[in-house]
Ligand binder design. Structure first.
Ligand code: LUZ
Ligand code: MOS
Length: 757
């Protein structure tokens, strides 16, 4: 089955927030944001703006009827800055006018007097000054201190990875409508309708039942609309509440890039100890997370970094320390992988350095240390159904690792100014929200009297195809055609108290909730059919292809007739269900437990070609064996894998988020922030599906696919380092992603690559 949602995209008929038909008197909002990264607000003068053409309202912190607070995990973020601003891009005032341009023009007439305060843009500096968002988090197993003695070689160093702009095609957008009785209805581009609802309710001082959030679909999100949609959702709601008019708030691209947080940059110190034959004995790592100016999701993201600190390796003695460092940058946030990629990057960097010290190929160390069933993760979960070795071996069988290596070496022998590099990237990603309570979802299924079916869930369609997967589930369980099933918008009045669509878990959890609701409905219909057909208790009844089957033979009763007769007999044709992921638990004191329902695995081989005169390069190929479980929809899953790989390659190579020392984003346009396009995409991406066991914790035995394949991109960084080393042998290379062409050129032709900074 195709991703049905794309058909209307191609025709331009899919509806996004910006496409909504609004009443003639609707107002447009423009948000004025701080021009200073850290300052005290001495005065805000809105008088000129108020008189500007078309302006109806100018709103500041003092106009907020409820609490001026939008922090999710920690209450440390104001909706509109009251007395202090903490980053450039922090909302300070909102203008409502007849047109967006009039609102924007008026915003320029707002005069804000700032008293500048010291600005921190570096997480290590923030740490030095004691600016931590939460106490250090330490995940440990074994005894690292005692283990160093058993090591034949110990490498120590620093590894940094950069931020990443989400660059969803649809920018942050919400429209809010005032409703009878003082409430609001919000149509929002959010991954987290319940968070948006809760946040707007708090800001307006309303109970949650006075705020409804509805989501049709998103033009991409990638984590950027998990918590960061809340502010815009609440601002639109505030506008509608105050003006009593419909208010539309849709960010222009550059404003979106400046105001919203990105993937967290990390700077990390590692120490890795091994035996002389390459077995890892001990690993100690400290992660300096650049959290930005407010907590946002940083604590949960830091946890995932710590969970994935070992990637796929069995490390008997491990100590990982996470430091959430408060800087004066926009609050960094969820981004596909949610801290996992940053953790995995550092262990790969350490292995790369250890391979230099032992004078072996990193591939040998990687292979030797893959964990297997029965090993225990440093957070206490026992490894089960692992596909580390299986995916590696399948990759070797299918693509021949030695052969790839040989052809790279041969190429390098014969070419002086162009070099190739290759690296392997095995991955492991834990599936479940690391906050156990979030692992729940809901569904509401109606069968209408004409036999058509509507399904509502907590899942948000953001291009990933979750709606198509959910349609499949309803269709299979009820025994009706796909054309009978319609997925409705995601709405807090139909399915309440929802977790965000995040953590790669939406199809699993919402699919399971739909499965349960459909099983309930089917049982009711089959019980009813039994009476209609006068079949006895033992007779086997089923619904297949919209026909009632009696002991394996089609009975004279089709779906439409069954449903309409059931309705006239007052059979209830609606069901709701909740799914709560079983088996998971985690002790937040001891930091041990079984936090993940299961893990996803795979291995990639990445090869690159580097022009050693120019520093430019191409990614030649990404060959992958990935564990999709029993894929529910191979076409969608392959698309998710390819998209994630490209996004991971971008993070590791060309995407570079740069702030200057004043906290100003320098890469705030698409000419300065470069992302992969079709020309950059590897000529060859091959994704093989690994044969796998049943995975009962995934929907229909499938496995989550949204995030895991992004981490294959990390292989590109080390391939490029290998290509650089083929041109300029040496061991002093500092590990610092992304490897832009400019950086590659510096590594190739200057000596400051080994400054250790
Ligand atoms: N979001 C979240 C996530 O709130 N918790 C998680 O554990 C998570 N993991 C991956 C992506 N988003
Ligand atoms: Mo996410 S990084 O919102 O799954």
């Amino acid at each position: 089955m195709k991703n049905y949602d794309i058909i209307n995209h191609v025709k331009g008929e899919s509806s996004f927030v910006d496409d909504l038909n609004l009443p003639d008197d609707a107002l447009n909002a423009y948000v004025l944001y701080s021009a200073e990264a850290h300052a005290e607000i001495l005065n805000i003068d809105c008088s000129e703006a108020q008189k500007s053409g078309g302006v109806k309202f100018v709103i500041t912190a003092k106009d907020i009827p409820g609490e001026n607070q939008i922090g999710g995990i920690i209450q440390d973020e104001e909706l509109l800055a009251a007395r202090f601003v903490h980053f450039i891009g922090e909302p300070v005032a909102m203008v409502l006018a007849d047109t967006w341009l009039n609102a924007k023009e008026a915003s320029k007439k707002i005069k804000i007097e700032y008293k500048k305060l010291p600005v921190i843009t570096d997480p290590r500096e923030a740490y030095k000054q004691g600016k931590l968002i939460l106490p250090p988090r330490i995940f440990a197993s074994g005894d690292v201190e005692a283990a160093w003695e058993q090591c034949d070689v110990i490498v120590e160093g620093r590894a940094d990875s950069g931020g990443q702009e989400h660059l969803y095609l649809e920018t942050q957008s919400s429209v809010a409508f005032p409703v009878e009785g003082g409430g609001v209805k919000i149509i929002s581009s959010t991954q987290a309708p319940t968070s948006g609802q809760k946040c707007a309710a708090k800001v307006l001082g309303l109970p949650m039942n006075m705020v409804e959030v509805d989501v049709i679909r998103l033009g991409g999100a990638f984590g950027g609309k998990e918590d960061q949609a809340n502010a815009w959702c609440a601002l639109a709601a505030l506008g509608a509440y105050i003006s009593k008019k419909t208010v539309k708030l849709s960010l222009a691209r550059q404003d979106d890039m400046r105001c919203t947080g990105k993937r967290h940059p990390y700077s990390s110190d590692y120490k890795l100890g091994l035996t002389s034959d390459g077995k890892i004995v001990a690993y100690e790592v400290t992660f300096y997370q650049d959290s930005g100016a407010a907590a946002d999701l940083s604590p949960a993201i830091l946890d995932r970094t710590l969970f994935h600190a070992n990637n796929v390796y069995h490390i008997p003695n491990l100590k990982a320390t996470g430091l959430a460092c408060r800087t004066n940058l926009p609050p960094n946030t969820a981004f596909r992988g949610f801290g996992g990629p940053q953790g995995m990057f550092v262990i790969e960097a350490a292995i790369f350095k250890a391979a230099e010290a032992l004078n072996v190929d990193p591939v040998d160390i990687q292979r030797k240390n893959l964990f297997k069933d029965g090993d225990v993760f440093h957070y206490g979960q026992v490894v089960e159904h692992s596909q580390t070795i299986a995916s590696w071996e399948k990759l070797d069988e299918k693509f021949n690792i030695a052969e790839i290596k040989k052809s790279v070496d041969e190429f390098n022998k014969n070419n002086k100014l162009v070099k190739k590099g290759m690296a392997l990237m095995p991955i492991c990603f834990g599936i479940s929200f690391t906050n156990t309570f979030m692992n729940q979802a809901g569904a509401l299924v109606h069968i209408y009297s004409d036999g058509s079916v509507s399904v509502s869930t907590a899942a948000i369609e953001m291009g990933q195809g979750v709606n198509a997967k959910i349609m499949q589930v309803a269709s299979v369980v009820l025994g009706v055609g796909i054309d009978k099933v319609k997925i409705l918008s995601t709405n807090t009045s139909r399915v309440a108290n929802t977790s965000p669509t995040a953590a790669s878990s939406a199809a699993d959890m919402n699919g399971k909730a739909v499965e349960i609701a459909c099983i309930i409905l089917k049982k009711r219909l089959i019980d009813f059919a039994r009476t209609q057909l006068n079949a006895d208790e033992e007779a086997l009844l089923d619904i297949v292809d919209e026909t009632v089957m009696l002991d394996g033979e089609p009975a004279d009763l089709n779906w439409t007739k069954l449903v309409s007769t059931a309705f006239f007999n007052r059979i209830f044709l609606s069901a709701s269900a909740q799914y709560a992921v079983p088996e998971i638990h985690f002790n937040k004191e001891t930091l041990k437990g079984h936090p993940f329902a299961y893990h996803s695995y795979g291995t990639a081989a990445v090869t690159v070609t580097l022009d050693c005169l120019r520093g430019t390069y191409e990614i030649d190929s990404v060959k992958v064996v990935h564990d999709f479980g029993k894929s529910l929809n191979p076409l969608i899953d392959r698309g998710q894998a390819e998209g994630a790989i490209l996004q991971g390659l971008g993070w590791m190579t060309m995407e570079e988020v740069i702030y200057n020392g004043d906290g100003k984003l320098l890469t705030d346009t698409l000419s300065t922030y470069k992302v992969p396009d079709l020309h950059f995409a590897p000529k060859n991406i091959e994704v093989e599906f690994l044969k796998n066991d049943n995975n009962p914790l995934g929907i229909f035995n499938s496995k989550a696919i949204g995030e895991p394949p992004l981490m294959y991109g990390i292989g590109a960084y080390f391939s490029l380092l290998n290509a650089i080393k083929a041109f300029k042998p040496g061991t002093g290379f500092q590990i610092s992603a992304p490897m832009t062409c400019e950086k590659a050129l510096m590594y190739l032709h200057t000596n400051n690559y080994d400054s250790g900074k």
